[in-house]
Design a protein around this ligand. Structure first.
Ligand code: ASP
Ligand code: MG
Length: 422
């Protein structure tokens, strides 16, 4: 017997037929003797519709009252939780739905992107043991304790709900059922020879997710890492009855690195074309300049990613390059131009047709020269590297966007990630 959390996203609960399919997945695990808490998203498209209604209700140029925005958005998950409970009962599975405030799932006050602070799993555990009751929990929502208002966790937040519930009920595993059957070494649409990973360490997944692999909300991985919740990404489209609940189905386990026997040097490659590069030429090389540049950018809520500064050659001026998300590019330029007097520079150069390629692997900690191999391989294909940053388990390269696919494929083969051809 195991205790499981099963999380189903919007496409898996898109209509009543699919909800019934989800119920069959749940029944399979219950029949196998497991204790189950299910976490559901809103039916696909519903949250977008709710957002659109909020926007339509507001005159232009006015801001949402975030508390009401959350009151509206949370309802999408309420509907699916109730419907799945009905469907399970219809299959003679004992089930009860729970909204976030009923457990409760307590969160911070940051409406629309609240953080989970505490989940009370006691009542769920009592019902597992006393009534063999399945808990069906509305994802994405919580309760702010002081104000008693409903909060939501940010788009994609039911992944995070699921991991938080798993931690609270001490689940053996948190299964994330989704429309892909696991985490891949890179995007299979770009590299057809991308492989599904059997296991990936929390830290690696955190990098992959932050860098744009959209399998899981980043915060859910953070939470899994903190509470050591084993997260298993698997497909919700496999026929429920074809799966043996006692064996390992296909999917990717996100776990502590101690559970990974064979540590690959490189586990995955992420890339993003939504980057822009800004270079500030001939800035004064004196204390306070970086602060004068990055202070105003931070105040404008612009996330700066790669930062590269040259060592001065004349002792007076230097060049400084950094990247920002493409969506913030114009605002970043405005901020820097406005701060020109405070910074003191000669010229701004910038580019939006750039891409960031990141190579990730915990094995890099114990292997030297991993990045050097990449530089050589890309040089052979005459891909120019504009900027490089490195950290313990990853390095990122900024290149011309036109070479994205070539670079990703080259590195994917270079590090032995290609799947064997059949
Ligand atoms: N329904 C919410 C959204 O679309 C939360 C989720 O699906 O994870 O963002
Ligand atoms: Mg999702």
């Amino acid at each position: 017997m195991a205790r499981l959390v099963m999380k189903f996203g919007g496409t898996s609960v898109a209509d009543i037929d699919r909800i019934r399919n989800v119920a069959r997945h749940v029944k399979r695990e219950v029949d196998a003797g497991h204790e189950v808490a299910v976490v559901v998203s809103a039916m696909s498209g519903v949250t977008n519709q709710l957002v659109a209604w909020c926007e339509a209700a507001l005159s232009e140029r006015r801001l949402f009252d975030a508390r009401e925005y959350d009151a509206v958005l949370a309802t999408g998950e309420d509907v699916t939780a109730g419907l799945l409970a009905i469907t399970l009962q219809d299959m003679d599975v004992n089930a009860r739905s729970w909204q976030g405030w009923q457990l409760p799932i307590l969160t911070s006050n940051a409406h629309a992107s609240a953080r989970i602070l505490d989940v009370n799993g006691a009542e769920l555990i009592r019902r597992f043991t006393e009534r063999k009751e399945v808990a069906v929990i509305a994802g994405f929502q919580g309760l702010h304790k002081e104000t008693g208002r409903i909060t939501t966790l940010g788009r994609g937040g039911s992944d995070t709900s699921a991991v938080a519930v798993a931690a609270a009920i001490h689940a053996d595993r948190c299964d994330i059922y989704t429309d892909v059957d696991g985490v891949y070494t890179t995007d299979p649409r770009v590299v057809p020879r991308a492989r599904r990973l059997d296991r990936i360490a929390f830290e690696e997944m955190l990098e992959l997710a932050s860098l744009g692999a959209k399998v899981l909300q980043v915060r859910s991985v953070e939470l899994g890492m903190v509470h050591n919740v084993r997260i298993f990404v698997r497909s919700s489209f496999d026929p429920p009855e074809s799966i043996d609940p006692h064996r390992n189905p296909p999917g990717t386990l996100i776990c502590d690195e101690d559970e990974i026997m064979e540590k690959q040097t490189v586990t995955g490659i992420a890339f993003s074309r939504d980057e822009a590069q800004i270079s500030i030429r001939e800035v004064q090389d004196k204390p306070g300049v970086a602060a004068a540049i990055f202070g105003p950018l931070a105040e404008a809520n612009i996330n700066v990613d790669m930062i590269v500064q040259n060592v001065t050659s004349d002792g007076k001026t230097t060049d400084l390059t950094f990247t920002v998300p493409a969506t913030d590019y114009q605002r970043a330029l405005d901020v820097i131009t406005r701060a020109k007097d405070a910074i003191g520079y000669r010229r701004l150069d910038s580019a939006t047709d750039v891409a960031k390629i990141s190579v990730i692997g915990i094995g890099m900690r114990s292997h030297a020269g991993v990045a050097a191999q990449a530089f050589r391989a890309l040089a052979e294909r005459t891909v120019n590297i504009r900027a490089i940053t490195t950290s313990e388990i990853k390095f990122s390269l900024l290149i011309d966007a036109a070479f994205t696919e070539l670079a990703v494929r080259t590195l994917h083969s270079l590090y032995g990630l290609d799947k064997a051809t059949a």
